[in-house]
Design a binder for this molecule. Structure first.
Ligand SMILES: Nc1ncnc2c1ncn2[C@@H]1O[C@H](COP(=O)(O)OP(=O)(O)OP(=O)(O)O)[C@@H](O)[C@H]1O
Length: 267
């Protein structure tokens, strides 16, 4: 699948071709090297990829755009300086959609303002293929809401800091994403009558349990497993019978072969 954004300014290949960027010659990015009309120019190296993305950011080109109230955001795959920092958070506070360049903070702020004005719960749906940036954008929304509309008490930090814990148990390396969420998340943020954050609740769905014993090649078990192998106390390691992760990978593969051979016998 190809993600095509904005006014055809930039086309980014899917994750398995990470690092390749096509720039549409009909786009408004005049600073880019020209290509014959109708042909996409393909940039292969990571360096060129970064340069193009930064160029787009500097020239306010469409890495993010709106379709009505929907934000379409392309994952740049590297940190863009100041894009999500404290200054950006401050600048989007109370601003209507479209006042400032498209941003996930603008969506978060709109949801907050609609909730306040309409006195109704609001939902933000984050959708995309694996590696599109759903998890990161969800965290940006949480960070924005807690920073801008929190009470300044430790509940704000607790909401944000629950994520590393959830990710440890529910995220793993896959061929498409080094930090792939292997479960669905429904995050609720609760506000009081002064429209300040007073709590949160996370429901989880459909954790990929099979990954605990079998992983495809080039994929890994849940992060927590490696963290425990690397950092648990000797006592805990003994209790959980933990060893080097490599040792367990062999066992997982043996189990995988065993399951496969059982399947073949049953044919
Ligand atoms: N806005 C961003 N800026 C910089 N890097 C980003 C951004 N969004 C995502 N990334 C990078 O891309 C990686 C994949 O993003 P993320 O985990 O959010 O994808 P996802 O859509 O949640 O994937 P999955 O469905 O597999 O869980 C992140 O680990 C991060 O390195």
């Amino acid at each position: 699948m190809i993600v095509d954004i904005g006014a055809d300014a930039l086309t980014i290949e899917p994750l398995h071709q990470r690092g390749k960027v096509c720039v549409n010659p009909r786009s408004h990015l005049h600073l880019l090297p020209p290509a014959p009309l109708g042909q996409l120019k393909l940039y292969e190296s990571t360096k060129e990829f970064k340069e193009i993305i930064l160029l787009c950011v500097e020239n306010d080109a469409l890495l993010r755009t709106y379709v009505a109230n929907i934000l379409i955001a392309v994952n740049p795959y590297f940190d863009i300086p100041n894009l999500y920092g404290p200054e950006a958070i401050k600048s989007y506070k109370g601003k209507s959609l479209g006042t400032l360049p498209p941003h996930v903070y603008a969506i978060a702020d709109k949801a907050y303002r609609d909730m306040k004005v309409l006195k109704m719960s609001q939902s933000i749906i984050v959708s995309g293929e694996s590696g599109a940036g759903k998890t990161e954008n969800t965290k940006f929304v949480l960070r924005y809401l807690t920073t801008t509309y929190g009470t300044g008490q430790d509940i704000d930090e607790r909401i944000v800091e629950a994520n590393p814990l959830l990710e440890a148990f529910g995220n793993a390396k896959t061929v498409r994403n080094n930090n792939s969420s292997r479960f669905g998340k429904f995050v609720e943020i609760h506000f009081n009558e002064k429209v300040q954050i007073v709590g949160g609740f996370v429901s989880h769905y459909l954790l990929e349990k099979s990954r605990i014993c079998v992983q495809s090649s080039d994929e890994r078990n849940y992060h927590i497993f490696y963290r425990l192998c690397a950092g648990a106390t000797e006592d805990l390691k003994k209790k959980l019978r933990l060893d080097s992760p490599d040792h367990f990978r062999v066992r997982a593969q043996i189990l995988h072969l065993y399951v496969q051979s059982c399947g073949e016998k049953n044919k």
